[in-house]
Design a protein around this ligand. Structure first.
Ligand SMILES: [Zn+2]
Length: 230
């Protein structure tokens, strides 16, 4: 890379990093890749859902530019005196598998991608809350359809609830959640307890035409997590 194009890339990385840090108090490689436009949000979403093997396969630039940007980002963060925190990235699938960033899967490279940089000015408590939030697996969502007659794209069946997958709706059995039971919303304590006891769960939502948005109806949890299972 020529010194001139390195300077240009450095400017882009710095701008993306400063913007993300200002908006959310921590900054990661994913923020940089989105910020400089090498990664689009839809591709990121597909990776988050476990539909692609690795994030690098989705980047719209060549691998040497990516490693250059990663190095510039690390230098920027160290220069700012930010603190490094490892963050887990898990897929938004019932199995919650660890997501892979790099084609090579090398530990050092994976670690660089998983690092979130946090301002040392934040209190320890706030930093912990940020790390917890970043590591938390995105919630699975099951939809209570407003119209009957939908078809599962995998088995051709139907059901009371569906999960949206990229090719279309899937029934709960095909999504690997067929054994879960419904716990209606309303009792905040029961909901919290069931969520904590259930390894797998999904939030059930229904589209409200009057309000124009999805609303929570309850949770799907493992039968042993129901309040009266004791
Ligand atoms: Zn099915």
């Amino acid at each position: 890379m020529s010194p001139e194009s390195r300077t240009k890339l450095s400017d882009r990385v710095t701008r993306a990093a400063e913007t993300a840090l200002a908006a959310q108090s921590d900054v990661s490689a994913v923020d940089i890749l989105l910020g400089i436009g090498w990664l689009d949000p839809n591709s990121l979403e597909r990776w988050r859902r476990g539909q692609v093997e690795c994030l690098e396969g989705l980047l719209q630039t060549n691998p040497s530019r990516v490693s250059e940007a990663m190095e510039l980002f690390r230098c920027w963060a160290l220069g700012k005196g930010l603190l490094a925190r490892q963050t887990d990235y898990v897929a938004r699938t019932p199995r919650r598998e660890t997501l892979r960033f790099s084609r090579s899967g090398t530990d050092a490279i994976e670690e660089a991608y998983r690092t979130h940089w946090v301002s040392p000015a934040l209190s320890e408590k706030k930093r912990e809350r940020l790390a917890e939030k970043a590591s938390r697996a995105p919630e699975l969502v099951a939809i209570l359809p407003t119209k009957a007659g939908w078809t599962c794209h995998r088995c051709g069946g139907t059901g009371d609830l569906l999960m949206m997958e990229t090719p279309g709706p899937a029934c709960l059995s095909c999504a690997g959640l067929g054994d879960l039971v419904f716990l209606p919303a309303g009792d905040a304590l029961a909901t919290r307890r069931a969520k904590a006891k259930s390894k797998r769960y999904a939030v059930v939502v229904r589209f409200s035409r009057t309000r124009g948005r999805y609303e929570r109806q309850g949770l799907l949890v493992e039968p042993r997590a129901l309040p009266d299972a004791e």
